[in-house]
Design a protein. Structure first.
Ligand code: SLL
Length: 276
């Protein structure tokens, strides 16, 4: 997104992946590790660019809806697939991604809610996680007042942050995936903001009581796959520049042709006068 200004609406929420009706009791086939908890911070949302005045009215914006690990953490060891349910006006509105980047890029004209369903790998042994992303294409009046009208260079970003919390993870998941991540012990004092307190769920430490807390976090692997959206946008921008250059050349040609026509006419008049 370069250094373009972004209009960002961010909501930080913390939700457990595991629904309340989950059965935490151990069973022989797929036991749980009762004393452990694994927290995976993710981000999801949309990035939208206006394609300018000349764009087709039904394809006025290019947008991308995405799910990714915060700090570029690799989610592919935990996630089997991410399904994005688009508006029925799109061809094949159910889009299933089985590897990162978990994102869909489209062009369109309208805003709508995009259903997101995260399916976990079999060894994770958990239910699906359902999320909802509000695709936003048009800035609100107060955003326009603050950062000016929409331009083709300024993406509109709506990002939500969520923590996928795996309480009492399955042994299969713990052994195969989590234990292989490096665990980092940090000391922190009790005066933290709300968000850090939410994160404390990861280490099981408590609220702000002024004492030092021990917090366990995981050093997540980095995801190598990068969003394709930025590259796509650069291509589009380059094409727009080419189109602008072509338009300038075409205009210059028209002006020159017109000048030639006028000069020819003047020449003919002069020749006529000379003959007289
Ligand atoms: C509305 N909530 O009913 C909206 C629906 C649908 C947007 C927005 C389709 C683009 C295409 C598209 O942008 N749909 O035809 O490829 O007002």
């Amino acid at each position: 997104m370069g250094d373009a200004t972004t209009t960002t609406t961010t909501t930080a929420t913390t939700t457990a992946t595991t629904p309340t009706n989950i059965d935490y009791t151990d069973n022989e086939q797929n036991p749980r590790v009762p004393e452990e908890e694994y927290v995976l911070p993710i981000s999801y949302g949309s990035v939208a660019y206006w394609l300018g005045k000349k764009a087709d009215e039904y394809h006025s914006h290019e947008w991308t809806v995405y799910v990714r690990g915060q700090n570029n953490a690799d989610l592919s060891r935990v996630i089997e697939s991410v399904t994005f349910q688009l508006h029925p006006s799109f061809a094949e509105p159910k889009r299933v991604l089985t590897e990162p980047p978990y994102e869909v890029t489209e062009t369109g004209w309208g805003e709508f809610e995009i259903g997101i369903e995260i399916k976990f790998r079999p060894e994770v042994g958990e239910e699906k996680e359902k999320l909802m992303a509000n695709l936003k294409l048009f800035p609100d009046a107060d955003e326009v007042a603050k950062s000016g009208p929409q331009t083709t260079k300024k993406p509109l970003v709506v990002e939500n942050r969520e923590e996928l919390i795996f309480h009492k993870p399955r042994k299969s998941f713990w052994e195969k995936v989590v234990k292989k991540s490096k665990r980092v012990l940090e000391e922190e004092d009790g005066e933290e903001d709300d968000e850090t307190n939410n994160n404390n769920n990861a280490g099981g430490s408590g609220g702000s009581d002024g004492k030092k807390h021990k917090k366990v976090t995981f050093a997540y692997d980095e995801c190598e796959a990068k969003s394709k959206h930025e590259a796509l946008w650069k291509q589009r921008e380059a094409k727009m520049k080419d189109d602008e250059e072509l338009m300038k050349l075409w205009c210059a040609q028209k002006v020159t042709e017109e000048r030639c026509r006028v000069l020819k006419a003047q020449l003919m008049v002069l020749e006529g006068q000379l003959l007289d």
